[in-house]
Write a protein that binds this ligand. Structure first.
Ligand code: BG6
Length: 228
């Protein structure tokens, strides 16, 4: 493993209960209910354009209208989440170990840059990442693999050298099509759903994970000679 790439919502921060509340209030404003099932199907891990297309299924929004509506919702979300902001359990310690082990790191989120900045700055996490990619850096949102392919390109690693951490079935499909090893975090959806979507393994949070220690190749080959 040379690189660890993280989704943000549901992986770095367990924001989905607050996103659900913000979207629910927002949907109600426009006369539509949002059930928990709807949230998982049409919202979690999706790009705002896709979410708004579901909300306003009866008309086409202009790009300007969509941008303004998304900005309104995200500002409501940040206000709701600000008092509760905290990292997913074990994440800061896990990031410190990755740094020590020389593993390159990135974030790939469908959220706008305002949300990414809000999380990085409030939790003081910026220095742990080599690359931060928000929605504006891609033309095709998840489940398309573009954001993860870009992250690997920036980090200079191959898919088989990368581990991606994701919590939504939409994000897991993106990560798995990018060809990486996928760890599902069961913050938002059930472990069964994450495995079905293509996760290679599922954990509850980062306290369950070990950082592999890099063994120099000369030492590893010496070890295998000793064994044989
Ligand atoms: O790609 P990520 O980090 O899971 O972000 C997805 C989130 O992006 C946000 O902008 C949406 O409003 C959320 O509802 C959505 O879940």
């Amino acid at each position: 493993m040379k690189a660890a790439i993280f989704d943000m919502d549901g992986v770095i921060v367990d924001t989905n209960p607050h996103h659900r509340l913000a979207w629910r209030r927002y949907f109600e404003r426009y006369g539509k209910p949002l059930t928990d099932d709807d949230f998982v199907h049409y919202v979690s891990g999706k790009h705002n354009d896709d979410i708004l297309r579901h909300l306003f299924a009866d008309r086409t929004l202009s790009p300007d209208e969509a941008r303004q509506l998304a900005a309104e919702k995200e500002s409501l979300f940040r206000d709701l989440y600000r008092p509760d902001i905290s990292p997913v359990a074990g994440l800061p310690e896990f990031l410190q170990k990755l740094r020590k082990a020389g593993i390159r790191t990135a974030v790939g989120t469908s959220a706008p840059v305002e949300n990414l900045d809000f999380v990085m700055d409030a939790l003081n996490l910026r220095s742990y990442f080599d690359v931060l990619l928000d929605e504006s850096k891609v033309t095709r949102p998840k489940p398309d693999p573009e954001i993860y392919q870009q992250a690997m390109r920036f980090l200079g690693v191959e898919p088989q050298e990368s581990v991606i951490f994701e919590d939504s079935t939409t994000g897991i499909r993106a990560a798995s099509s990018a060809g990486a090893y996928v760890v599902g975090l069961a913050t938002t959806e059930s472990p069964e759903k994450l495995l079905q979507a293509g996760a290679n393994e599922v954990v509850r949070d980062f306290t369950e994970l070990q950082v592999p220690i890099a063994i120099p190749s000369w030492f590893a080959s010496g070890l295998s000679k000793l064994k044989s």
